[in-house]
Design a protein around this ligand. Structure first.
Ligand code: 0A1
Ligand code: ZN
Length: 876
């Protein structure tokens, strides 16, 4: 039955059935129209209580343009308790979840009142309870779960907020902007008022009420203003906030220096919450963080955790300009703020750490998360054309490929013109809701460059595959580079156009090892293209897509010995990394296909890297780490997970035993005190564990005892987790001993306990599927906490070999988790689906089991639209 409720016609008989807004139907980009009504001012009044919170909203509304359409206020699960227009009780009706008001005048004051139940909000969207506090998450469409509002990013409003709540339970009351007043109220309650002078879309609204303690600091901006900073956490977590605070100040200084962006309020608050669907949220002046991206100390956080905190703190802070001051017109433009902001946080991390290693890490993430997206049933463009549930589009494509797109603009324009372009973008669109086209236009206008050809990167999905072949004419001392590009069809895009692909390219002399033709930027923009090189004085080796200048895959006709040579001589660190990885990949794919894996060339290349005196340990660690099993799967026509695992295992064993001495000395290398977070010390620790992993592959007994020794001696979580991560995959008594010791020591720390779950879900063992099932019944497991669910089910889903157990038990387990989680938190449940989605690529037995599993999920009753979209698209 259509969900039509109204106050004007309370009798069911007389209710005219309005068409139900279809919920599982796609929203399309081409249907965008400007808002019918604007809301220049919004006043919110919260009477806070976990069980029943009253929300009164007073909206100053203004007709936008010449039309007579009603005012439509989005709602989600809300029932109006009262609706007033200009102070009078008003007639209203519901269309599905939305509140519809007919307003005759062009301006009006609309007041609504609703009651919501934060403690019962398991979706963690809107106002919800977490660890005794109340907090909000509104992006993308959570605000409509708090109050009726035109909940779309192009309706910008100035907010003033009053909240009242129990003084003991909620001593701290925060919202966006600046505090303007506070006081005591009756019955042990108190109140606070906040005002945000910057108009913002509803998705940036935030409120926090809880018993929190601040780590306070301050930052003086480039124009000499003092900004008060505070990171709010539970009192016992205060000692773990130093790194986040230091990162925040670094990020503020960096954005001034690199982008000329100054912070604009006098106050910047960060709050850590334990239950959060994503990483963090950039609400204006009041960022809300998953505690995993705030809390860290040497004992409980790894180097990777510290890096992630700096990255996410910077990311959210950078959104103040790329997202808040200039926001998105509609959700199809999501990459306008996310791709750009990821690019900004990547550049920041590169600047404060090791740039080459950061670039390798970023490409690793892209290949692991985005390339599979582009190659599977959920492929979509950086600027998608349609969605059923926008929460499903916070993807590696929108974020990470979006960042690569911005990086290509920066590469093509060069740093000065790119900066002029971003300056113009911020200036031109300050206070507006903009589009991806606006961004490109600003870059073009400021630089004089024509970037129109590059816009196809926003609209065309799929990863281009570039074939490259170099032909040398020794007589003429010339070389010709033959390039062609191809993109496989993706859903809804059968035919692909050639894309402009910026390729940083150089030629390296095979004999001399010198760069004989210096790096140049080639833009491949045809299906096929040839590029001439002069002065090619010796046989050349092709160094292409240096620094990963384009998000593509390259198939170059390079022989193993040429790759080996490049791995030792290429002056571009990324290209050097690529050469060795390509060598490994070819060996692994050959092995998995039952062909000769040519292990010798890999062993020589790894040995040369390990023993090099000029390479730093962090780079060595990245270079000698074998490509993961899913990456190998991406290279196979028909995926056989057992064959891939066997091939990878064999290569690791060979490396471990043949290079034992070099690996041992890398493992033992010193110079990394546990508290030392310098890039150099992190590199030493990283190599220590990567080497240990190979040693354990070569000799399980020796590996187990070395790993246990590292575990027992560790004075930091990096070494401890690294050792445990190796032990969990071994059949050794040290394994259980270490797992138990870890649990005993850390079971009271939820973030560390997440690691304990995740490490076991990642174990390379036949019985991992049984282990995860048992862990799902562990007393410390809960589906209600997204971090815990991801640690177990999310990690297991990407444990290629274990998940793809031939009997289908891995699929069955994940399906159970998805269906159970969907009842509580659809957003998080939907994010578990993609590993099942690639069923077409697997060998027949698994493929059929995966498909059946998806069918079973989609047949479930009351499936959320989040999971419905992911599963139905995976089956289509
Ligand atoms: N804009 C945030 C990501 C984010 C998106 C949706 C959320 O809802 C649960 C939460 C956070 C960012 O890019 O950091
Ligand atoms: Zn973001």
């Amino acid at each position: 039955m259509a969900d039509v409720r109204t106050n004007a016609q309370p009798d069911a008989e007389t209710v005219v059935e309005a068409p139900l807004p279809p919920t599982h139907i796609a929203v399309r980009r081409e249907d965008y129209t400007p808002p019918d009504w604007l809301v220049p001012e919004t006043r919110l009044d919260f009477d806070l209580d976990p069980d029943r919170t009253r929300v009164r909203a007073t909206l100053a509304v203004e007709r936008n343009g010449d039309h007579s359409r009603a005012l439509r206020l989005d709602g989600d699960g809300l029932t109006p308790l009262s609706v007033r227009i200009d102070g009078e009780d008003a007639r209203w009706r519901m269309e599905g979840p939305a509140l519809i008001l007919d307003i005759a005048s062009d301006r009006a004051t609309v007041e609504t009142e609703v009651e919501i139940r934060p403690a019962a909000n398991t979706k963690l969207m809107g106002l919800y309870a977490s660890g005794g506090m109340l907090c909000t998450q509104c992006e993308a469409e959570g605000f409509r779960r708090i109050t009726f509002f035109p909940d779309r990013p192009d309706v910008l409003s100035k907010y003033s907020v009053r909240m009242e709540g129990d003084r003991v339970r909620f001593p701290v009351l925060l919202s966006n902007g600046n505090p303007v007043a506070s006081g005591e109220a009756a019955n042990g309650r108190h109140w606070a008022e906040w005002e945000d002078p910057f108009p913002k879309p509803s998705y940036l609204f935030a409120l926090v009420a809880g018993d929190l303690k601040p780590n306070r600091d301050s930052f003086t901006t480039m124009s000499g203003r003092q900004v008060d900073l505070a990171i709010w956490v539970r009192g016992s977590d205060l000692p773990k906030t130093a790194h986040a605070m230091a990162s925040l100040k670094q990020a503020m200084a960096w954005d001034e220096k690199v982008y000329g962006r100054e912070y604009d309020l006098d106050l910047f608050n960060i709050v850590a919450v334990s239950d959060f669907n994503m990483g963090a949220m950039e609400n204006k002046g009041l960022n809300i963080f998953n505690s995993a991206y705030v809390l860290a100390d040497q004992e409980t956080a790894t180097d990777g955790d510290f890096d992630n905190i700096a990255r996410v703190v910077a990311h959210e802070y950078f959104h103040n300009w790329s997202g808040d001051r200039v926001t998105c017109r509609d959700w199809f433009q999501l990459s306008l703020k996310e791709g750009f902001t990821v690019f900004r946080d990547q550049s920041f991390s590169a600047d404060i750490g090791s740039a080459p290693v950061k670039r390798i890490e970023d490409v690793r993430v892209l290949r692991a998360a985005q390339f599979p997206e582009d190659a599977g049933p959920l492929a979509h463009a950086v600027r998608p054309d349609s969605y059923i549930e926008i929460a499903n589009f916070y993807t590696a494509t929108v974020y990470n490929k979006g960042a690569e797109l911005i990086r290509m603009f920066a590469t093509v324009l060069g740093p000065e013109k790119f900066r002029a372009g971003t300056d113009l973008y911020f200036e031109r669109h300050d206070g507006e809701a903009a589009t991806c086209d606006d961004f490109v236009k600003a870059l073009e206008d400021a630089s004089g460059a024509d970037l129109s050809a590059f816009k196809i990167w926003y609209s065309q999905a799929g990863t281009p595959r570039v074939k490259a072949r170099i032909e040398h004419d020794p007589e003429a001392k010339t070389a010709t580079l033959h390039l062609d590009q191809h993109i496989d069809p993706t859903p809804g895009q059968e035919r692909k156009q050639p894309m402009p692909i910026p390729l940083k390219t150089a030629l390296v002399g095979e004999a001399s090892g010198h760069e004989i033709c210096p790096e140049r930027l080639i833009v491949l923009d045809q299906a096929e293209q040839q590029v001439a090189f002069d002065n090619v004085v010796e046989a050349p080796l092709l160094s292409i897509n240096r620094d990963f200048s384009a998000p593509i895959t390259v198939e170059a006709n390079r022989k193993p010995h040429e790759l080996e040579r490049l791995a030792q001589t290429d002056t571009d660190p990324f290209a050097r990394f690529e050469a060795i990885q390509e060598l490994m990949m070819r060996s692994l794919v050959a092995g998995a296909n039952g062909q000769d894996p040519d292990t010798e060339s890999v062993i020589r290349a790894v040995a040369a890297t390990l023993n090099s005196n000029s390479l730093d340990p962090a780079f060595k660690a990245e270079a000698i780490l074998l490509p993961g099993e899913s990456l190998i799967a991406d290279r196979m026509t028909v995926v056989d997970p057992d064959a891939i695992h066997a091939s990878r295992d064999a290569l690791r064993r060979a490396l471990g035993s043949d290079l034992r001495d070099s690996l041992l000395s890398a493992h033992r290398s010193d110079g990394a005190a546990g508290h030392d977070l310098s890039p150099a010390a992190k590199g030493v620790r990283r190599l220590r564990t990567v080497a240990l992993g190979l040693l354990a592959a070569g000799n399980e007994r020796e590996g187990a005892s070395l790993a246990k020794a590292q575990f027992d001696r560790a004075d930091n979580m990096t070494d401890r987790q690294g050792a445990l991560g190796i032990l969990v995959s071994l059949d050794a008594p040290e394994r259980q001993a270490a797992l138990d010791a870890f649990y005993q020591r850390f079971h009271d720390d939820p973030l560390v306990l997440d690691k304990w779950f995740a490490l076991q879900a990642a174990a390379q063992r036949k019985d991992t599927v049984d282990a995860v099932r048992q862990l799902a019944s562990h007393a410390d497991f809960t589906m209600g906490n997204p971090n815990r669910l991801r640690a177990l089910a999310g990690t297991f889903g990407v444990n290629h070999w274990a998940f793809h157990s031939a009997d289908g038990r891995g699929y069955a387990f994940l399906a159970e988790m998805i269906l159970a989680a969907d009842k509580l938190n659809p957003q998080v449940a939907a994010r578990l689906v993609p590993p099942l989605g690639r069923w077409r690529r697997y060998e027949a037995g698994r493929s059929e089991l995966m498909r059946q599993t998806l069918e079973r999920i989609v047949a479930a009753r009351d499936l959320s639209k989040d999971v419905f979209e992911q599963v139905s698209k995976s089956l289509a």
